[in-house]
Design a protein around this ligand. Structure first.
Ligand SMILES: C=CC1=C(C)c2cc3[nH]c(cc4nc(cc5[nH]c(cc1n2)c(C)c5CCC(=O)O)C(CCC(=O)O)=C4C)c(C)c3C=C
Ligand SMILES: [Fe+2]
Length: 412
């Protein structure tokens, strides 16, 4: 890490040690000579409007009620020493707490002779329920020389039938997911996190996305994707610890309480979909468009029965419907996806729009199993193309006084 970053860290230190004592002193971690060896980490502010806590058992942005907007970025790193990586994640810890408090990463300052310490486009905005989620990929372990600590389950995803992946949206070493109710808050967070790591990280790919929410009887309804169907109905219940343990969070080792994240940039062929009759659209998912109920049932959360029959004893739901195939895989995962719309494909004159599919699971095998089941037979395949892909290990949640990735990096 450059002198500049150490200097920045020193200014963080001085500021946090100042009036108000916003930080917490932690003991020396043995990073030779660096001011970061005894760093103050910022704290979550109490009683702040629209704030989600940074510290907790799990990272924010996984079980957090989904916000309206996402900015997802994938970074590549140069070859870095573990000690530099540690410094970068310590800085990111501090910055993330400030950003999620609705603060600037540093005071804006008024020295007209210097670049602004924070880029400043959130002046006047609150935290907008910002969550920040950090993940590392198999290639990260390789580049940092930590291969022997890479969990066995963290491997590049296999090739799936029908994949048409574009290198421009695939791979990378680190992902940062920023979600909030304001697109500028997300962009500001990512921009400033990257800015402080300049020289160490480069941007590989990014995707902004959105979801719209409707409230009914005091409850937020399941959002609809760009095919107009409710998307997220069959997710595990986030209110049951048993479901979190069974499907979402890693249960042991240094990555305990972390989660594997699969990111897929999936183009949705809206023009083809829009030429398709509603009955066929519903048959594609095995659910009704309006209510989201399983075919043959009435309400969104009624049990999905793939073998439900009509009065003549004929199957009402096709075996190749998207949900029937997902059910047949006998596993599940947490989907926290966002729609995207990126203008048009100039070669075809069609929308470049779709789903930034994001799933959190305790093992990538859950995703592989479902995706393989859907394979070449899912009725939905006619209307979608997988264009981008990434697999990341989202780090465990951080306790006050600790930093992101501490259970991994503190071995050094
Ligand atoms: C491999 C995992 C999955 C991919 C990739 C995927 C893409 C994808 N899905 C939709 C729309 C819907 N999916 C729905 C349900 C559903 N999908 C998956 C997995 C993947 N989807 C699962 C595990 C489930 C839940 C099955 C269950 O147990 O009930 C639905 C129905 C409503 C819901 O439960 O969310 C819709 C609609 C799109 C448009 C898409 C790619 C662009
Ligand atoms: Fe799906």
């Amino acid at each position: 890490m450059s002198n500049e970053e150490n200097y920045i860290a020193r200014r963080d230190f001085l500021k946090l040690a100042g009036v108000g004592g916003a930080g917490l002193l932690i003991g020396s971690t043995g990073v030779g000579g660096s001011i970061l060896a005894s760093q103050y980490f910022a704290k979550d502010k109490k009683n702040v409007k629209n704030k989600i806590n940074f510290y907790g058992k799990y990272q924010s942005g996984i079980t957090t009620d989904a916000q309206k907007h996402i900015y997802f970025v994938v970074l590549t790193i140069n070859k870095m020493s573990v000690s530099d990586v540690k410094k970068m994640f310590k800085l990111w810890t501090n910055y993330s707490v400030h950003l999620m408090n609705g603060e600037f990463v540093k005071e804006l300052g008024d020295n007209k002779m210097l670049p602004s310490p924070d880029t400043g486009e959130t002046i006047g905005l609150d935290a907008n329920r910002l969550s920040l989620t950090f993940g590392i990929s198999p290639s990260f372990f390789e580049k940092v020389g930590l291969n022997k600590h890479k969990p066995e389950l963290l491997k590049d995803l296999p090739h799936f039938p029908k994949d048409q992946l574009d290198d421009a949206y695939t791979g990378g070493d680190i992902c940062i997911q920023a979600c909030s109710d304001d697109p500028q808050v997300n962009f500001h967070a990512i921009r400033n996190l990257i800015r402080v790591a300049k020289g160490e990280v480069s941007m590989k790919w990014s995707q902004a996305g959105f979801n719209s929410y409707k409230e009914k009887d005091g409850k937020i309804e399941t959002p609809r994707n760009l095919f107009s169907f409710k998307d997220g109905t069959g997710n595990p219940s986030l209110h049951k610890q048993s479901e979190l343990d069974k499907y979402i969070f890693i249960q042991d080792g240094w990555a305990k309480n972390g989660s594997y994240l699969v990111a897929r940039r999936i183009q949705m062929l809206l023009e083809t979909w829009d030429r398709t009759a509603l009955e066929e659209q519903e048959a594609t998912f095995g659910r009704y468009r309006h209510s989201g109920a399983p075919i043959g049932k009435e309400k969104e959360f009624d049990t999905f029965d793939p073998n439900v029959k009509d009065k003549n004893g004929e199957n009402l739901i096709e075996k190749e419907s998207h949900v029937s195939l997902a059910k047949a895989s006998k596993t599940n995962l947490l989907r926290r996806s966002y729609s995207y719309s990126d203008g048009i494909n100039s070669q075809t004159g069609t929308f470049d729009a779709g789903l930034l599919f994001l799933s959190f699971q305790k093992s990538p095998e859950q995703f592989n199993k479902i995706q393989n089941k859907m394979g070449a037979v899912d009725k939905l395949n006619e209307y979608i193309t997988h264009r981008g892909s990434g697999i990341f290990l989202c780090l465990p949640g951080v306790q006050e006084g600790e930093y992101l990735g501490e259970t991994l990096f503190n071995r050094f």
